[in-house]
Design a protein around this ligand. Structure first.
Ligand SMILES: NC(=O)c1ccc[n+]([C@@H]2O[C@H](COP(=O)([O-])OP(=O)(O)OC[C@H]3O[C@@H](n4cnc5c(N)ncnc54)[C@H](O)[C@@H]3O)[C@@H](O)[C@H]2O)c1
Length: 378
């Protein structure tokens, strides 16, 4: 784990991808510097801001103002909030709006919002005129620590999430932690599960730091929040630089996602269970399953569950609202999500906190038995 940056100074994390390298700038109050940063990267560009409608009401004026101060003319394309906007229809609308605004190769798309807008605007930027530059201005905690970094962009198909998309790296990520002040607490908490995920998958020291400092991260006290976000971005940047297209290590970022995704899909990707909440439950189950497979002596599974539960995140199936799918349905969803290869599933398992690995040979029967037992504990 690296030292916390000095309070007030933005942390800059580089994603080292050769000619596609870019900076992630993290700090309270970095948004007002967006215009000058963009002007340096793309002199003479004009911009189209693709904005989550709800976020636009809160932060569009400041975004337009910083661009205007740097003489960057900008149009805005508003997108309704919610996962439903990652659709073919909305993708078409955004693409047409960019073309109508005459956004050319020398210009820029700015994604202003959470992961939904980041994924949608990024994909439109990848597609229009065979690739426009874009900047991510992530406004949710999940987007600041995860979706805005690494260049995965996508919309959903009727057959599943994120099935149509492209790898397209942004040229800059500007994560202003002050924007999180307006994020609903439940969304912040859900994003926090992704923060803990980084500690759980690869940095036991960071997990211990979170265990001691979670209250400050939630309260935005000192520079705890900035330190946590920068630590996550540093880890993600390193993983992406090693494995941009997820042929190996990048899959570690999916810790907790196989179990989590099954519960999320069973809840219909609705407000009943937010993505980060599903990840919290999924990570707890991944630790418990790893313990059961004999991979991990000691009480790390309990430490993980305790930490997540203490922040109000679900860690037991009993914590879920409403009806829960049975083991057969969950196994169907897991099999859809993860191709079964030669009768085996690929899972991200752990040998302890900070020691995740890709296990390509998990027996579906063991997963099923484990889930049945967990369901019976309800
Ligand atoms: N590309 C990737 O690598 C990657 C990684 C993880 C997740 N994702 C995607 O990210 C999406 C989830 O992202 P999310 O959790 O940010 O969801 P989101 O974009 O829907 O944002 C969550 C909610 O918070 C609101 N919001 C966002 N910022 C706000 C702010 N500052 N103030 C007030 N309200 C604000 C939004 O309007 C929305 O209602 C999913 O579609 C998921 O597939 C992508």
């Amino acid at each position: 784990m690296t030292a916390a940056p000095r309070s007030g100074e933005p942390a800059i994390v580089q994603v080292a991808l050769g000619e596609r390298a870019y900076d992630i700038v993290i700090g309270r109050g970095v948004l007002p510097s967006l215009g000058s940063r963009v002007a340096t990267l793309k002199p003479g560009a004009k911009a189209a801001i693709v904005a989550d409608e709800a976020v636009a009401g809160l932060h569009l004026a400041a975004t337009t103002a910083t661009l205007a101060a740097a003489n960057i003319p900008a149009v805005t394309v508003n997108v309704p909030q919610g996962e439903g906007s990652k659709s073919f229809a909305m993708f078409e609308r955004v693409c047409e709006a960019l073309i109508e605004a005459r956004i050319e190769r020398g210009d820029l798309v700015v994604a202003l919002g959470g992961g939904v807008v980041g994924d949608l605007a990024g994909f439109a930027a990848a597609a229009v005129r065979r690739g426009l530059d874009y900047v991510q201005v992530p406004t949710s905690l999940l987007a600041q620590v995860d979706s805005s970094v690494g260049g995965k962009t996508a919309i959903n198909s009727s057959r599943g999430k994120n099935l149509v998309g492209a790898f397209h790296q942004p040229i800059l990520v500007a994560a202003d932690t002050a924007l999180l002040d307006t994020l609903p607490p439940r969304e912040f908490r859900a994003g926090y599960a992704e923060v803990v995920k980084y500690g759980m998958l690869g940095d036991a020291g960071f997990f211990a730091w979170l265990d001691a400092n979670a209250a400050d991260v939630f309260a935005g006290a000192g520079n705890a929040r900035e330190h946590a976000i920068a630590t996550c971005c540093r880890m993600k940047a390193e993983i992406v630089a090693r494995d941009e297209r997820e042929t190996g290590d990048r899959a570690l970022l999916n810790l907790g996602h196989t179990f989590g995704h099954a519960f999320e899909a069973a809840a219909g990707f609705s407000q009943r269970l937010l993505h980060g909440e599903a990840v919290a439950l999924g990570c707890t189950l991944a630790f418990e399953f790893s313990t059961r497979l004999g991979l991990m002596p000691g009480n790390d599974a309990a430490r993980v569950a305790q930490h997540l539960a203490a922040q109000g995140l679900p860690t037991r199936i009993a914590d879920l609202q409403g009806p829960v799918a049975d083991a057969d349905r969950l196994m169907d969803l897991i099999a859809q999500d993860k191709k079964v290869r030669r009768g085996k599933l690929t899972f991200i398992l752990v040998r302890g906190i900070g020691r995740a690995f890709v296990a390509p040979d998990v027996d579906p029967a063991e997963v099923r038995t484990f889930l049945s037992e967990k369901l019976s504990e309800r």
